[in-house]
Write a protein that binds this ligand. Structure first.
Ligand code: HEM
Length: 158
């Protein structure tokens, strides 16, 4: 079972780096950028930080996904997906899917092009929207982490 223990440790490490970074971006970087504390060119300030973090987040998403599916397969946990008691298993897959689409499809191909145009035309509105989107993703991720840690120890909300 050493392989499952190691997979779980890597899973949690990836989640810490990834969601920790989302929390930092949401609660520290974005408010500072919006106030202009990191320079008058707010879009450039945000992108300088977000582009560097995006690679860490992409790597962490791949590791969390691979290890998560590995543990599920090794322990044959698939039937959990048929039970609402294991809502946190569904939540993990949903959060993972959401970030996979955002980081690998939306961010490089859609957001970068359209968001830049929007942020130049209406920086206040665009940055406010960006912060709201980050808060929504962070809240979903934190609920999922709470549910996964408590749920894997046998706690059930239902
Ligand atoms: C493809 C997506 C994912 C799969 C298949 C998956 C699968 C798993 C599995 C099978 C476990 C072990 C559960 C148990 O021991 O009963 C686990 C634990 C955990 N996962 Fe995921 N996971 C995924 C994504 C995520 C995401 C996106 C997060 C965070 C937002 C996350 C956070 C956690 C946490 C915090 C634990 C608990 C570790 C512990 O306390 O031992 N997982 N995951």
């Amino acid at each position: 079972m050493d392989d499952v223990v190691i997979a779980r440790a890597l899973h949690v490490l990836a989640v810490v780096i990834w969601i920790g970074g989302v929390a930092m971006a949401t609660t520290v970087v974005l408010p500072a950028v919006r106030r202009g504390d990191l320079g008058a060119d707010r879009l450039r300030a945000f992108q300088a930080i977000e582009h560097r973090f995006a690679w860490q987040a992409r790597t962490a998403v791949i590791i969390a996904g691979l290890t998560g599916f590995y543990i599920s397969a090794r322990l044959d946990l698939w039937e959990r997906f048929a039970s609402p008691q294991f809502w946190w298993m569904h939540a993990m897959v949903c959060v993972w899917l959401l970030f996979t689409v955002i980081l690998f499809v939306a961010e490089p191909f859609i957001v970068r092009r359209h968001f830049e145009t929007w942020a130049i035309a209406a920086p206040e509105v665009a940055l406010a929207w960006l912060q709201r989107a980050h808060w929504a993703l962070l809240a979903l991720s934190l609920i999922t982490i709470f549910g996964a840690v408590a749920g894997s120890q046998g706690w059930s909300a239902f």
